[in-house]
Design a binder for this molecule. Structure first.
Ligand code: 5U1
Length: 673
C-alpha cells in the first residue's frame, strides 16, 4: 500500500520535532513546550506508526525500547582504544603533572580544560550520518560489549543528532551514570519490595546498563555526559578541546555543565577547591576533576604513555568508602515505632569526616549483607546521606562471628513487636507507652516546621521523658517554670524563655498542626493538601479513605494511615487536649486569604530574609497557589533572594530567571492581598 505523501511528511515532521524537544528537555534542560504538548506529539506519531508500521525507523523517538531481551552481549572492538587516565592524589602530584606538561611543551603556562570526573561507566556511542547505530562499554579499552539496545533507552542520548554540520561518522565517548535522586528512589523501592539494593550510584548504573532486557534498563534513571571523541569521518575538528565539546553540545549531546578552561596549575587547584566545596550538593556523584591540555596540537605533541594520555590527569577527591570494624548492632525505635538496626563502628575517617555509626535499614538488609559483629566492613559516606555499610570483607571474618538476632521485644519498652505482611519493617506496638516513641514524637512536634517551639531541643525532650515529666504533646503546655528550671543546663531565665516560646507556639495554622501530630507518612506537603481540600480539623479527622484518596498526592497507604490514626481514641484525646490547652489557628484562614493568583508559577527561596523566615515566606507563596521548590532549574519562574544568597543566585542569573530581592518580594505579597 502506498502511503500518502502528506502522511510521510507529517511523520517526518513529528519525528524531527520530538527529537528536538527531547534534546531541549533532557540535554539542555531548557524545554520550550509543555509536557502535555510533547505527549500529544508523541501520541500522534505512535498512532500514525501503528497505522503505517512500514514507516518505523530505528531512530524514531517511539523506538527507544526496541528489541526483546538478548541471550548475551556481542563484542565490539574499539578501533581507537578507549584510554584510561593517570591520577593525581594530591596537590603535589597535580603540580608535578603540570610541570612535566610544561617541560615537554617547552612553555611557561598551559591552558587546561577542566570538568568533573563522573562516577559512572565509560561508554562509546557511534553515530553514522547522525543516527545512533551502536553503544559499547569500554571493556578492557580494546574490546567492549555491545550495549546498543540499552544506551538507546537513556533519554539524554539522542537517537538522532541535530544541527547543520552532521558528520558521516562520529564516535562519541562519555560516562553513563545514575543521578543521586534516581538512585535513592530506586533503592527505596527495592527496600520496600525487599529486593536487592545497590551499594552506590555507580554500581546501580553498571547493573542497569548490563541488563540483557532493555525494557528493564528503560526503567532505570540513567544519564550520560560526553567528554571526548573516537573515530570520525568527514569531520574538520576545531583547534581546542573546549571547542570540540561545544560542538558536541551543538549536536544535541549532553556535556558537563561544569566545564571550563583554566590557566596553569594554580587555577586548576582553585577549580578543584571550588568543586570540592560544591560536591555534596551536585545532583550526581563525581570522584575527581579531569584536567586536559586544551590545545589539540599540544595534546598530539605530548602523546601517550602505555594506555593513558600525557595530556590529561584525574585529580581525585578523597575516597567515599573506607574499611573499618563493626563493633555491634543496636536497635533504635523511631517516632512511628519502626525498629531500625544501627551499626556501631570503630571510628574511621571517610572523605575527611569521622564515621562511627551507620544505618542498616532493617533485618532483611542485615541478612542480605550477612554482616556480623566483629566483621571488617566497607563503609560509604556520600554527600549528606547517612553513612551506610556497603559490604563485608568475608576473607577477614573471624571464625566465631555470630549472626545478628532480630529483637523479639521492643528494646526500650519491651512491648510486642509486629511485622506487617509484605513489609520489611518491624514495629513496636507500644505507641505513646514507649518512651522512645514519645521522645521522637515530641521532637517532631516541637520542630521548626511543626509547632516551632523555640528552645525545646532534643536534649531537653530526652530529660522531660526520662524524668517522666511529660507523656504526651499536650502535657508540654502544662509545664511550669520551676519544673523546667530544675532540669540540667536550664536556669530561671531559660525556663522563662521556654514558657514564653510554648505560649507563642499555641498560635499556629492547621497545616502545621496536622503535620505536628506525626501521622505516619503525612509530611508537610500532605498536611497542606489535606487542609487545602478539607479546610477544617473536624473534616480531616472524620474523612474516610474514599474522601482522602480523592485528594491529589494521597494514595491508599497514606489514607489508611490517616484514618487509622484518628480511629484511635488516644490520638483524638491528644488533639482535644491540645485545643483545650489553648492551641489555636484562625479557622478557615487558608480559605479566606487563599487565592490562585500565583498558580502555575514556580518559586525558589534562598538566603536570609529579614521580615520573615524562609518557611513563612514559603507558606505565604503557597497560600496563593505558587509552587515552591528547593533548587533552581530552567522551570523556575522566580528566585526570592535574601541576604547572603549563594550558588542558587548565580545559577538563576545564568539561566535568566527573574530575581526578587526582599523588598520586591514583599511588594509582590502586598499586591496579592
Ligand atoms: N570528564 C572526563 N572523564 N573522563 C574519563 N573526561 C575524561 N576523559 C577520559 C576518561 C577516561 O579519557 C580521555 C582523557 C582519554
Amino acid at each position: 500500500m502506498k502511503i500518502p505523501e502528506k502522511i510521510v511528511k507529517r511523520i517526518e515532521s513529528l519525528r524531527e520535532q520530538l527529537n528536538y524537544h527531547n534534546i531541549l528537555y533532557y540535554v539542555y534542560d531548557t524545554p520550550e513546550i509543555t509536557d502535555s504538548e510533547y505527549d500529544r506529539l508523541l501520541r500522534e506519531l505512535q498512532e500514525l506508526e501503528k497505522e503505517y508500521p512500514q514507516t518505523i525507523t530505528p531512530d524514531s523517538p517511539t523506538q527507544r525500547v526496541g528489541s526483546s531481551p538478548l541471550k548475551s552481549f556481542g563484542e565490539v572492538s574499539h578501533k581507537i582504544p578507549m584510554l584510561s587516565l593517570a591520577n593525581a592524589m594530591n596537590e603535589e602530584e597535580l603540580r608535578d603533572f603540570d610541570r612535566k606538561v610544561r617541560e615537554n611543551l617547552d612553555t611557561d603556562l598551559v591552558n587546561y580544560a577542566a570538568e568533573p570526573k563522573m562516577d559512572g561507566l565509560a561508554v562509546s556511542l557511534v553515530y553514522e550520518k547522525g543516527v545512533l547505530v551502536r553503544g559499547a562499554t569500554r571493556g578492557d579499552g580494546s574490546t567492549g560489549e555491545d550495549i546498543t539496545q540499552n544506551v538507546r533507552t537513556i533519554k539524554s542520548v539522542p537517537l538522532h543528532l541535530i544541527g547543520k554540520r552532521i558528520p558521516d561518522l562520529l564516535e562519541v565517548r562519555g560516562e553513563v551514570f545514575m543521578p543521586i535522586k534516581g538512585f535513592q528512589e530506586l533503592n527505596d523501592r527495592a527496600l520496600k519490595e525487599g529486593s536487592k539494593t545497590f551499594a552506590n550510584p555507580r554500581n546501580a548504573a553498571a547493573g542497569s546498563l548490563r541488563q540483557l532486557d532493555p525494557a528493564v534498563t528503560a526503567t532505570r534513571p540513567l544519564d550520560m555526559i560526553c567528554y571526548g571523541i573516537g573515530e570520525t569521518a568527514n569531520v574538520h575538528l576545531p583547534a581546542l578541546y573546549s571547542e570540540v565539546i561545544d560542538w558536541l553540545a551543538s549536536l544535541g549531546l549532553r556535556v558537563s555543565p561544569e566545564r571550563t578552561v583554566v590557566v596553569g596549575a594554580e587555577q586548576c587547584l582553585e577549580y578543584y577547591k571550588d568543586l570540592s566545596a560544591r560536591r555534596a550538593r551536585l545532583p550526581y556523584e563525581i570522584d575527581g576533576i579531569v584536567f586536559k591540555v586544551n590545545d589539540l596540537a599540544q595534546q598530539e605533541k605530548l602523546g601517550f604513555v602505555s594506555r593513558a594520555p600525557r595530556w590529561a590527569i584525574a585529580h581525585k577527591f578523597p575516597a567515599q568508602e573506607e574499611m573499618t570494624i563493626l563493633r555491634s548492632v543496636d536497635f533504635q525505635v523511631g517516632r512511628t515505632g519502626a525498629i531500625t538496626p544501627v551499626a556501631r563502628l570503630e571510628p574511621v575517617s571517610v572523605g575527611g569526616v569521622v564515621v562511627s555509626n551507620a544505618t542498616l535499614h532493617n533485618m532483611d538488609e542485615i541478612r542480605r549483607l550477612d554482616v556480623r559483629p566483629g566483621d571488617t566492613v566497607i563503609v560509604r559516606r556520600a554527600g549528606d546521606v547517612i553513612p551506610q555499610i556497603v559490604s563485608v570483607v568475608l576473607s577477614r571474618r573471624s571464625k566465631g562471628a555470630r549472626q545478628v538476632k532480630a529483637p523479639t521485644k521492643c528494646p526500650v519498652c519491651h512491648s510486642e513487636l509486629i511485622k506487617p505482611e509484605g513489609q520489611t519493617v518491624i514495629r513496636c506496638t507500644g505507641g505513646l507507652f514507649c518512651s522512645a516513641q514519645r521522645k521522637e514524637l515530641l521532637k517532631h512536634f516541637a520542630s521548626r516546621k511543626a509547632m516551632d517551639i523555640d528552645g525545646l531541643g532534643d536534649k531537653l525532650i530526652d530529660q522531660l521523658i526520662d524524668k517522666d515529666m511529660v507523656h504526651s504533646p499536650a502535657e508540654l503546655y502544662r509545664l511550669e517554670k520551676d519544673q523546667l528550671a530544675s532540669l540540667d543546663r536550664m536556669a530561671e531565665k531559660s525556663a522563662s524563655r521556654l514558657i514564653a516560646a510554648l505560649e507563642t507556639s499555641k498560635k499556629t495554622n492547621l497545616e502545621r498542626f496536622i503535620y505536628a501530630l506525626g501521622i505516619r507518612e503525612v509530611g508537610e506537603a500532605t498536611a497542606r493538601a489535606l487542609v487545602q481540600h478539607l479546610s477544617t480539623l473536624d473534616a480531616i479527622m472524620d474523612a474516610d479513605e474514599e474522601v482522602l484518596t480523592g485528594i491529589p498526592d494521597v494514595g491508599p497507604v497514606v489514607a489508611a494511615n490517616i484514618t487509622g490514626f484518628f480511629r484511635q481514641k488516644h490520638n483524638r484525646d491528644v488533639v482535644r487536649e491540645l485545643l483545650a490547652m489553648g492551641v489555636f489557628w484562625e479557622q478557615d484562614r487558608s480559605a479566606e486569604s487563599h487565592s490562585d493568583q500565583l498558580s502555575g508559577q514556580s518559586f525558589v527561596i534562598t538566603g536570609t530574609l529579614s521580615a520573615m523566615s524562609r518557611t513563612e515566606a514559603r507558606d505565604a507563596l503557597l497560600l496563593h497557589g505558587a509552587k515552591v521548590t528547593g533548587s533552581v532549574s530552567s522551570k523556575t519562574d522566580y528566585l526570592v533572594a535574601g541576604e547572603k544568597s549563594g550558588s542558587k543566585l548565580s545559577k538563576a542569573e545564568q539561566l535568566g530567571i527573574r530575581i526578587l530581592d526582599e523588598s520586591a518580594f514583599l511588594q509582590l505579597l502586598d499586591s496579592l492581598k
